[in-house]
Design a protein around this ligand. Structure first.
Ligand code: MG
Length: 342
């Protein structure tokens, strides 16, 4: 089998401010798995500033996989191909590209969307949130007003960046009472600050606070002391975090889970604890977003997912299958991840 890898750089329309620093662009690896018949496509979207995974490490792992996959014929079952790649280099962000390509190929072979391969009664539409990165009150309020006008039912505001109280108040005023407001601190607070900030911001009406602090123990302490729902994102990567029962919800990502298969396994573990699951992208490309939409549809996720992120890129070809309408993305109905010709 031939694995073709294309490395591109996607620029953000405006530099992305995170508590990790400012990002102007991201690396994206698009792969084609070609066995002479149906071609499956996938992508790896490491974001070193966020997940600590350098693009060079992904490029190296994908080169290993390409060499190894050359030894296999197209009739070898997908899970064996994935196992072989995992043995060669266990890097979830790179394995995700292979996993996605295999699911895309399976869907194209069956003539069905990936969500339908995963679950018969999958959702048809996934609610998604808008994300506000503006660091000033006026900018945040403008973005919130736009999101509400576009029909988003949930807006996520990055906090831990400075004027949190002023921005939360401005955003709530711009949203009105009917739109859910989620905060994401990306672990910027310590326990005492998190408790103080969440108590101070809660009167604005918060759906949940994502990653207020880093680490299972710290999240456990915060959650015991605040009435607001708390979720984990980065901390989900800590060993044992998925079953630690420290949060009301867990945010899962295609790249970090090593693809759709890994994400479904992790979601099942989280749900054994009674916690909710939702999905988000790490500023993924179209194939990563499509994979997350199919997985969320199969998991019947009913919390807004952080998948409305393709609009942050300046020079991306439009992906009409993934257009956000009224705060939701419809599950692509064509075969595979995005349809027969994608
Ligand atoms: Mg987050």
């Amino acid at each position: 089998m031939e694995l073709r890898v294309e490395h591109t750089t996607l620029r953000f329309a405006t530099p992305l401010s995170t508590s990790y620093g400012e990002l102007a662009a991201r690396d994206l690896f698009t792969v084609e798995l070609d066995g002479g018949g149906v071609v499956g496509r996938g992508e790896a979207a490491p974001l070193e500033a966020y997940d600590g995974v350098p693009a060079a490490a992904v490029a190296e792992a994908l080169a290993f996989y390409a060499e190894l996959l050359r030894e296999f014929t197209p009739d070898v079952p997908g899970h064996l191909l994935l196992d072989a790649c995992r043995k060669a280099a266990e890097l979830p962000e790179a394995l995700a590209a292979i996993d996605l390509a295999l699911w895309d190929r399976a869907g194209k072979r069956a003539g069905r969307p990936v969500a339908a391969l995963l679950r018969e009664d999958h959702l048809d539409v996934i609610d998604v949130n808008a994300t506000i990165g503006a660091l000033d009150r006026a900018g945040a309020a403008r973005a919130a007003g736009r999101a509400a006008a576009e029909g988003f039912g949930c807006v996520k505001l990055k906090v831990g960046t400075g004027d949190d109280a002023g921005r939360v108040a401005a955003v709530r005023a711009a949203l009105g009472p009917g739109v859910a407001l989620r905060l994401d601190a990306n672990g910027a607070w310590d326990v005492e600050t998190a408790v103080r900030m969440i108590d101070a911001l809660a009167p604005a009406g918060l759906e949940l606070v994502e990653e207020p602090v880093h680490g299972v123990q710290a999240v456990r302490e915060v959650r015991a002391r605040v009435a607001t729902r708390v979720s984990i994102d980065e901390t989900a990567d800590e060993p044992g975090a998925l079953t630690a029962s420290v949060a009301d919800a867990v945010c899962l990502k295609i790249g970090r889970c090593g693809g759709i298969g890994g994400l479904l396994s992790q979601a099942a573990l989280v749900r054994t604890t009674g916690a909710d699951v939702y999905l988000a992208s790490t500023m993924d490309g179209p194939l990563g977003i499509a994979a997350a939409v199919h997985a969320a549809a199969a998991l019947r996720v009913d919390i807004a997912c952080g998948l409305a992120t393709l609009g942050h890129f300046a020079d991306l070809d439009e992906a009409p299958e993934l257009r956000v309408v009224d705060g939701a993305i419809r599950v692509p109905a064509g075969p595979g991840l995005l349809g027969p010709d994608r």
